[in-house]
Design a protein around this ligand. Structure first.
Ligand code: AMP
Length: 495
C-alpha cells in the first residue's frame, strides 16, 4: 500500500469507483464522484497558490463540500489545518499568525473577520466550488515523512499547539484500524462527529475511505436520525455522550440496534455504568478505544475477545505503550500507576514551530509523553485514571479522579461526576466532586457511601450538585473550567 495519504485514497478511488462513499440521507455520492470533484478542486487550490507544504486553514460547518476540500488539499500536497467552529476571533487571530496559511476557507459570516485578522486570501466553500475547472490536477507526490495535516490541540495550559501529522502517521493508523475493527466495503458508518477533530476526520473517515465503506454523513448527533439510520448501517463511532443520549431515548431498543455490528466510543471516558446499561439494552458491548490528536489511536479493546468496561484495551499492533514515573521517566513495573508513554509509526512529528515544546514531550528513546495517567493490568489492558494535570495531591497523597468518579458514576442517583482538586489552606488541594444529580440524590447519603468504599483522604471534601457538567464539542468535561469556578471554595477554611 502507498505510504502517502493521497496514494492511499487513490487506491480506494480506483478499486471502489462505483460504490457509495457518502450518503447524506438525501443524496449519495460514489467514490468516483467524490474523486472527480476533489481532483477539480485540487486544481483550483493549486491555481490559488497552495503549494506543497503550505497551509490551508479551514473553519466551516460540516458538509460534504468540506470533506471534499480535505481530500483535495491532500491531493494538492498541501497541509490541511481544520479548526473547531467554536473558536473566537482572538483564538483565530492566534492560529492565523502561528500557522501562516496561504488560504483560509470559512463560512460566509466570518469572511470579514478572517480578513480583519490578516488571512492573506479568504474564500467561502461556495466561492471555491463555483465553476470548477474541467481539468483534473495531477496529484502532487508526497513522501511518507511530509506533513499532511496540522491539528491544534486544546491543551490544559498555555496556547494551543499545532500537532504535525505526517502522511505515514495517518496511513499507518488508518490501516491498523480497518484491520482490527474488520472494516469491509459493505460497512456503512453513522458519521455524526465533527470533521475538524482526529475522531471524526481521521478515525471515522479514514476507516471508511481506506476500506471502501460508506459514511452516512450527518451534520451532528441527534438520537432520532441515529436510530432511523441504524436499520441501514453497521458501525457507529461516537463520543460517550452519544451513547448516554441514545440510552436516554426510549425509542432506542434492542431491535433498533440489531442490524449494527459495532459501536465504538472514544475521546473521553465511557463510564462502566453506561457500558453495562448499553449492553443490557442492546446486547452490544461498546468497543472503547483511546487516542489523542498527537498520536492517533493508541489502544483499543478487541473486536473479538473481551471488551472490558472501564478499560481502553491493549495497545494497537505496532504501537508500544508503557507506564513511567512522570518526573524521572523511570519505567514502572506492570500494575503501577504512572504516565502513559507511546511509541510507534502513528506518533506525530512534533509541534508546529515549537521545537522546545516538542523536545520536552518526548523521552530520549522516542517515547511520547501523553499526559494521561494509567495502569496496565496483568492481561495487558490499559486503564486510564485521569490526565496528569488533573491528578489531585491532597495532604501529600495522590488521588486519581477516575477512581472516585467510577464510584459516583455507578450510583443510580448520579448521572455523571467530575472530581477535581481545588486549593485548600491545610491540604494544599482538596478533593471536590461536582455531580450531575439524578433522582433521589442526597449529598449525605453519597458522602457516607464513599466513606465506606474509599480511604478518607480520597473522599471529597465537598459534593456539589449541578444541573449539567460543562463539556467541549468532543464531549469532554472541562475540568479546567470547574477548577476555576470552585477555586475559592475553601478560601477561608481553617483560617
Ligand atoms: P484529543 O487530542 O482532543 O483527542 O484528546 C485526547 C485526550 O482525550 C487523551 O489524551 C485522553 O485524555 C482523552 N481520551 C481519549 N480517549 C479516551 C478514552 N477512551 N477514555 C478516556 N480518555 C480518553
Amino acid at each position: 500500500m502507498p505510504a502517502d495519504l493521497y496514494g492511499r485514497f487513490a487506491s480506494s478511488f480506483s478499486r471502489f469507483a462505483d460504490r457509495p462513499l457518502i450518503d447524506t440521507g438525501e443524496c449519495t455520492y460514489t467514490y468516483d464522484e467524490i474523486e472527480h470533484t476533489a481532483a477539480r478542486l485540487a486544481a483550483r487550490l493549486i491555481a490559488i497558490g497552495l503549494a506543497p507544504g503550505e497551509r490551508l486553514l479551514v473553519q466551516t460547518a460540516k458538509s460534504v463540500e468540506a470533506l471534499i476540500l480535505y481530500i483535495a488539499c491532500v491531493r494538492a500536497g498541501a497541509i490541511y489545518l481544520p479548526l473547531n467552529v467554536d473558536y473566537t476571533e482572538a483564538e483565530l487571530a492566534y492560529f492565523v499568525g502561528d500557522a501562516e496559511p496561504v488560504l483560509a476557507i470559512c463560512d460566509p459570516e466570518r469572511v470579514v473577520l478572517f480578513e480583519r485578522i490578516g488571512a492573506p486570501a479568504v474564500r467561502t466553500l461556495a466561492q471555491l466550488f463555483a465553476d470548477l475547472p474541467e481539468i483534473t490536477a495531477v496529484s502532487v507526490p508526497r513522501a511518507a515523512d511530509d506533513i499532511a495535516a496540522i491539528l491544534y490541540t486544546s491543551g490544559t495550559t498555555g496556547k494551543p499547539k499545532g500537532a504535525m501529522l505526517t502522511n505515514a502517521n495517518l496511513v499507518s493508523n488508518g490501516e491498523t484500524l480497518i484491520d482490527i475493527w474488520r472494516f469491509t466495503p459493505e460497512d456503512r458508518l453513522i458519521h455524526m462527529l465533527p470533521i475538524f477533530h482526529v475522531h471524526g476526520l481521521f478515525v471515522a473517515m479514514h476507516c471508511v475511505l481506506f476500506s471502501g465503506a460508506c459514511a452516512i454523513f450527518l451534520p451532528k448527533f441527534a438520537s432520532d436520525p441515529a436510530i432511523r439510520h441504524m436499520e441501514n448501517a453497521s458501525v457507529m463511532m461516537g463520543v460517550p455522550t452519544f451513547y448516554t443520549r441514545l440510552l436516554a431515548d426510549a425509542a432506542f431498543t434492542r431491535e433498533v440496534a440489531a442490524p449494527m455490528r459495532l459501536f465504538v466510543s472514544g475521546s473521553a471516558p465511557l463510564s462502566a455504568d453506561i457500558h453495562r446499561a448499553f449492553e443490557d439494552r442492546t446486547g452490544h458491548r461498546v468497543l472503547e478505544r483511546y487516542g489523542m490528536t498527537e498520536t492517533g489511536m493508541l489502544a483499543s479493546n478487541p473486536y473479538e475477545g473481551e471488551r472490558r468496561a472501564g478499560f481502553v484495551g491493549p495497545p494497537l499492533p505496532g504501537v508500544e505503550l508503557r507506564i513511567a514515573e512522570f518526573e524521572t521517566g523511570e519505567v514502572l513495573p506492570q500494575g503501577e500507576v504512572g504516565i502513559v508513554e507511546a511509541r510507534g509509526p502513528n506518533i506525530f512529528k512534533g509541534y508546529w514551530r515549537n521545537p522546545e515544546k516538542t523536545a520536552s514531550e518526548f523521552r530520549a528513546d522516542g517515547f511520547f509523553i501523553t499526559g494521561d495517567m494509567g495502569v496496565i493490568d496483568e492481561r495487558g489492558y490499559l486503564q486510564l485514571v485521569g490526565r496528569e494535570k488533573d491528578l489531585i495531591i491532597t495532604g501529600g497523597l495522590n488521588v486519581y479522579p477516575a477512581e472516585v468518579e467510577a464510584l459516583l458514576d455507578d450510583r443510580a442517583d448520579i448521572a455523571e461526576a467530575a472530581v477535581i482538586g481545588v486549593p485548600h489552606p491545610d491540604f494544599g488541594e482538596a478533593v471536590v466532586a461536582v455531580v450531575q444529580a439524578g433522582e433521589g440524590f442526597d449529598e449525605a447519603v453519597v458522602a457516607s457511601a464513599l466513606r465506606h468504599d474509599l480511604a478518607g483522604f480520597k473522599c471529597p471534601k465537598a459534593i456539589i450538585a449541578v444541573p449539567e457538567l460543562p463539556r467541549n464539542t468532543m464531549g469532554k468535561i472541562q475540568k479546567k473550567l470547574l477548577r476555576e469556578r470552585y477555586a475559592d471554595l475553601f478560601a477561608t477554611a481553617g483560617a
